[in-house]
Design a protein around this ligand. Structure first.
Ligand code: NDP
Ligand code: KPL
Length: 298
């Protein structure tokens, strides 16, 4: 099976490392320097302190046709517009799986000229140490749900799923993404603003209250059907990833843009549609946007 991975970041490198033992994998990077490095020196995967080198093929995206049975699109939300243009121009077949956190990408998917489109969530923790090195910091799974078309080549992913790197299929894409959205909408902005690891949100009494206030607002804005289940999921993830710094906190610490627009921006927009006020979400969104691109000393 041929796998194309668009984006050589933490998640792109992680998927490449695991699937290359059973599939023909090509990573399509944004920068030619990264593709050259991966081709010359291989991908370095670190897990539990052990490292292994995985020989890999990489190309800079946007120079020649990209071919695969399944493409995983692993760029961040803010690069999605360009990624869709890239896919339309340089692919002419294959199924697409979009693995972004948040919901911003969903409205862009109708612009993709493809027969089979799926979305998914990633429960692994992955950290890109340099352009060829990824550390697998938290073992989880990838869940995929069909967004448009029929499952076609996606079914083959079940054959390459393993206990080390499970890939599962869900029926309802909206539910799959909403469940993850709520987790990210609560944990990410709070940890980013308070500058604490995920576990602190459930350990510190005052932070737990902040979390509950934010969660209540999100429940109303999204009309969540089962609040208790959603609350339990958030607490479970805070506990399971207690020492992790959320991706939003890491982005701010490193002076990068965040995915806040695709996460809280979406919740705020949904609130507006329903006439639900979302002052806490707006407060946090402004706080995070104000900190973007500065690093914490800026
Ligand atoms: N890391 C994690 O543990 C988790 C991440 N996710 C989600 O997965 C998604 C990806 O995250 P992550 O891998 O951490 O992000 P990274 O920033 O590490 O990787 C994104 C990659 O996309 C590349 N890229 C951007 N535009 C293009 C383009 N036009 N063509 C080819 N490549 C491009 C970037 O290249 P360049 O380096 O040149 O800018 C970068 O390497 C996000 O939505 C995130 O929320 C979900 C769960 C866990
Ligand atoms: C689940 C969580 C909050 C883990 O850190 C995450 O997805 C993120 O940091 O973006």
């Amino acid at each position: 099976m041929k796998i194309g991975i668009i984006g050589g970041g933490a998640i792109g490198l992680l998927i490449a490392a695991y699937l290359s033992s059973t599939c023909e994998v090509t990573i399509y990077t944004r920068r030619k320097t990264q593709a050259d490095l991966l081709n010359e020196r291989g991908l370095r995967m670190i897990k539990n302190g052990d490292e292994r080198i995985v020989p890999i093929r990489a190309w800079a995206a946007g120079y020649e046709k990209m071919q695969a049975d399944v493409f995983f699109v692993t760029v961040k939300q803010y690069d999605m517009v360009h990624a869709i243009e890239l896919c339309n121009q340089w692919t002419d077949g294959g199924a697409f799986v979009f693995l972004q956190n948040g919901m911003g990408h969903v409205s862009l998917l109708s612009q993709l000229k493809a027969q089979c489109i799926a979305v998914g969530t990633v429960e692994h923790g992955a950290f890109k140490k340099d352009d060829r090195t990824v550390e697998h910091t938290g073992i989880g799974k990838i869940s995929i749900a069909l967004f448009q078309g029929d499952t076609g080549p996606l079914k083959q992913l079940l054959d390459v799923s393993s206990s080390d790197f499970p890939i599962e299929f869900e029926h309802n894409w909206q539910q799959l993404l909403t469940n993850k959205l709520v987790v990210n909408a609560v944990i990410n902005p709070l940890t980013a603003m308070l500058r604490v690891p995920n576990g602190e949100l459930v350990k510190t009494k005052e932070y737990k209250k902040m979390m509950e206030l934010l969660f209540s607002e999100i429940c109303l804005a999204l009309s969540l059907p089962d609040e208790n289940e959603a609350r339990e999921r958030i607490v479970r993830i805070c506990e399971r990833t207690a020492n992790n710094r959320s991706s939003m906190l890491c982005d701010l610490e490193n002076g990068r843009m965040t995915e806040i627009e695709a996460i809280l921006g979406y919740v705020i927009a949904k609130g507006k549609e329903k006439g639900v006020q979302t002052p806490i979400c707006q407060f946090l969104m402004n706080a995070v946007k104000g900190m973007e691109g500065r690093g914490f000393n800026g």
